[in-house]
Design a protein around this ligand. Structure first.
Ligand code: NOJ
Length: 548
């Protein structure tokens, strides 16, 4: 009899590589495949299970590669297909799975399909793959509806027809250079099924699905009726005309069949910003995707009642469909959590949210909380994500010069939102050197002075460093049977300022979010703590792992 195969993705810790900023192996100032390959030993020693690489396809890079010109190749900036194959092979040899990023909501305007659409007439087969519509009003001067781009400005751009006349408009929920695909068109379905197979055949273990909640638009494209759409905002109304429409689930059922046809089966994680945990649970039903990022957790403030409520609602709703929960604190789209947790409003998404309170930052406080958050995250049931640099305790770089900003949000918000570059600053690997070991000198985004103090070299083997906290926690997580997939049982009462829970067998985690030190739950031994305990008490903004 064969043993039932353990589904690795149910409790994997996946490390997000934002390829431009991870490691530059070719010396041109931009991170690349060679850089990732050279750092695989680092990732293996860190103790993660999988690596998710953000888009590496040919692209004009108007949105950091999320504007894909060819889904079956590699941008020369990042390497070659042969290099990608070698990376997949090396990662597997190091015991790491590889997830890629697939971007099915839109292509780049440089994609061959869009070029063909522009060269073809209104009503043509080529235009049907995108969402072209005539404008409204006299001479079609106004966009077809009131939808706004999540990066700011209208979601429609007018084209000039081949004869030079002002023509149709095309939809782009993101930048003008990211035309939305039409998922009512069968060509689009077939194309993406083929792209999945292309990469699965090369040994890729799965995909992170970009804007997984956005692919299906309401028939007739009705007006939205309100104005302030912005990145990362879950839909505020039911039956939203472009977010989280029920039709997306049919797409993922098709994708699941493709993934299941492989041995071992390939997996998916959804990037879906939805407004309720039970809506998220729909994406991870048994015949759809495997996991979905838990953005409620990322957006929760550093406060016991809110975090507890988020944990409960996540575990409950995701549990109903039998999928594992995931926990995520940071990614390339949000302010790094060291900075977020150092603000007065700890849930604010400064940089992308107009309403966010951009008050002062206490980095030391943010760092202390981030250490506690790491232990909380890695003790919760299910899988977890680590965004590159969070294991070093990197903070948001808030003072990038305006001339360096690359995020389309900066331009499209008419320079009112600085966007997401501050969390994408190239990693420091060494204490000194022109780019702190990221490459040989140049860097596509400037690193701040002092970045070297947060480098891998500075933190490795320093028992008080963030890196050593992550390494120890990840090692223990592998060793302790209680951690990973499973259940939790609360030990603390709601409203007590303390999040304390048990995992079986014989494990407890406690986090103190209140103003004074508290007693530890019953235990036989302290396994790990985010700061030294004070006279056997758990200090404020600290977490502890216990053997019970
Ligand atoms: C979500 C990605 O994470 C973000 O970086 C990108 O700008 C948008 N999707 C558009 O693809």
């Amino acid at each position: 009899m064969t043993e039932p195969r353990h589904d690795w993705w149910r409790d994997a810790v996946t490390y997000q590589v934002y390829i431009r900023s991870f490691a530059d192996g070719t010396g041109d100032g931009v991170g690349d495949i060679a850089g990732i390959r050279s750092r695989l030993p680092y990732l293996r020693d860190l103790g993660v299970d999988a690596v998710w690489v953000t888009p590496w396809y040919p692209s004009p890079m108007n949105d950091g590669g999320y504007d894909v010109a060819d889904f079956r190749d590699i941008s020369p900036e990042f390497g070659t297909l042969a290099g990608a194959d070698a990376l997949i092979r090396d990662a597997h040899a190091a015991g790491l799975r590889v997830l890629l990023d697939i971007v099915p909501n839109h292509t780049s305007h440089r994609h061959a399909w869009f070029a063909a659409a522009l060269a073809s007439a209104p009503g043509s087969r080529e235009r049907a793959r995108y969402i072209f519509r005539p404008g409204v009003g006299a001479d079609g001067l106004l966009p077809p509806n009131d939808w706004l781009s999540v990066f700011g400005g209208p979601a429609w751009t007018r084209v000039t027809e081949r004869d030079g006349s002002p023509g149709e408009w095309y939809l782009h929920l993101f930048d003008t250079t990211q035309p939305d695909l039409n998922w009512s068109d069968r060509d689009v379905h077939e194309e993406f099924l083929d792209v999945l197979r292309f990469w699965f055949d090369r040994g890729v273990d799965g995909f992170r699905i970009d804007v997984a909640h956005g692919l299906v638009k309401q028939t007739g494209l009705p007006d939205l009726g309100y104005e302030d759409e912005h990145l990362l905002e879950p839909p505020r109304i039911e039956d939203h005309p472009f977010w989280d429409r029920d039709g997306v689930h049919d797409i993922y059922r098709e994708w699941r069949e493709v993934a299941d046809a492989y041995d071992p089966a390939r997996v998916f994680v959804a990037e879906a910003w939805v407004d309720a945990p039970d809506r998220l649970a729909d994406y991870v039903r048994g015949d759809e995707l495997h996991t979905a990022f838990n953005f409620d957790y990322l957006r929760a403030p550093w406060s016991e009642p809110e975090l507890r409520a988020t944990i409960d609602s996540t575990v409950q709703s995701i549990g109903v469909v039998g999928a594992p929960t995931t926990w995520v604190l940071s990614n390339h789209d949000v302010e790094r959590h060291v900075t977020r947790y150092g603000r007065k409003v700890t849930s604010a998404l400064v940089g992308v949210d107009r309403a966010a309170d951009a008050g002062p930052v206490d980095v030391a406080l943010g760092l202390r909380r981030a250490r506690a958050a790491a232990l909380l995250t890695l003790a919760l049931p299910g899988g977890a994500y680590v965004y590159q640099g969070e294991e070093l305790g990197l903070h948001e770089v808030l003072d990038l010069p305006e001339s360096a900003l690359r995020d389309p949000i900066w331009k499209r918000s008419r320079h009112t939102l600085r966007g997401r570059d501050g969390c994408r600053v190239p990693l420091p690997w060494t204490t000194r050197g022109p780019s702190y070991g990221f490459g040989v000198g140049r860097c596509w985004l400037p690193q701040p002075p002092g970045w070297g103090a947060l480098s891998v070299q500075a933190e490795r083997d320093d028992p008080g460093s963030m890196l050593e906290l992550y390494r120890t926690a990840l090692r223990m997580r592998r060793e302790l049977p209680a951690l990973g997939d499973g259940r939790l049982r609360w030990l603390s009462d709601p409203g007590s300022d303390v999040l304390a829970f048990a995992r079986e067998p014989e494990f407890a985690c406690a986090v103190n979010m209140g103003p004074t030190p508290v007693d530890l739950p019953d235990h036989s031994r302290v396994l790990l703590s985010s700061v030294p305990l004070a006279d056997g008490l758990l200090p404020t903004d600290a977490a502890v792992w216990l053997a019970t």
